[in-house]
Write a protein that binds this ligand. Structure first.
Ligand code: HEC
Length: 144
């Protein structure tokens, strides 16, 4: 009886081990490009795949700056991007997106040069901002 019990325990352990191993193999097989999708975390080397500035804004920026870009004050301070005179010089938002600023993470590292330019240009021409001098991917590259 005891030996049979032991055998069962060993068999169960092996089975569990095999399950764990196959789970590991599966997670290793997941595309490395999107590890953040499962938990929504910003994980390097995550790269956002959104194709234009508006989609990037909604996916990346709206969570903190709010969908209407009016910002929020509560557990933290998220400045409004609406009618924001600090966006007048395109280099400033490029710098903030690339390098981060206090509570804002340097999320530009998870975007291509073009994506950073697109989302900055989107914010600078929406939400009451009318700055038409678009930043370019080359400007972003220079700020990396
Ligand atoms: C995790 C939250 C978070 C996300 C995501 C985020 N921001 Fe921010 N952002 C902040 C915080 C917090 C500040 C204020 C930092 C400070 O001044 O201390 C800020 C500041 C800024 C500023 C400077 C505003 C000013 O008046 O000085 C700009 C521009 C900006 N963010 C643009 C963006 C854009 C564009 C995106 C998306 C690509 C984005 N942010 C995503 C949290 C975030």
């Amino acid at each position: 009886m005891k030996i049979q019990h032991l055998t069962l325990t060993v068999a169960a352990t092996i089975a569990l081990g095999a399950m764990a191993a196959s789970a590991l193999a599966q997670s290793a097989a997941r595309p490395a490009a999107n590890p953040g999708d499962a938990d929504g975390a910003f994980v390097v080397p995550y790269k956002f795949s959104e194709p234009d500035g508006e989609k990037l804004y909604r996916r990346v920026c709206a969570g903190c700056h709010m969908p209407d870009a009016k910002g929020a004050v509560g557990a933290g301070f998220y400045p409004a991007l609406t009618k924001n005179p600090k966006l007048a010089a395109g280099g400033y938002p490029v710098y903030v997106v690339m390098k981060g600023l206090n509570g804002m993470p340097a999320i530009g590292g998870m975007m291509s040069d073009q994506q950073v330019a697109d989302v900055v240009n989107y914010v600078r021409t929406h939400f009451g901002n009318k700055y038409k001098d678009a930043v370019t991917a080359a400007d972003v590259k220079a700020a990396r």
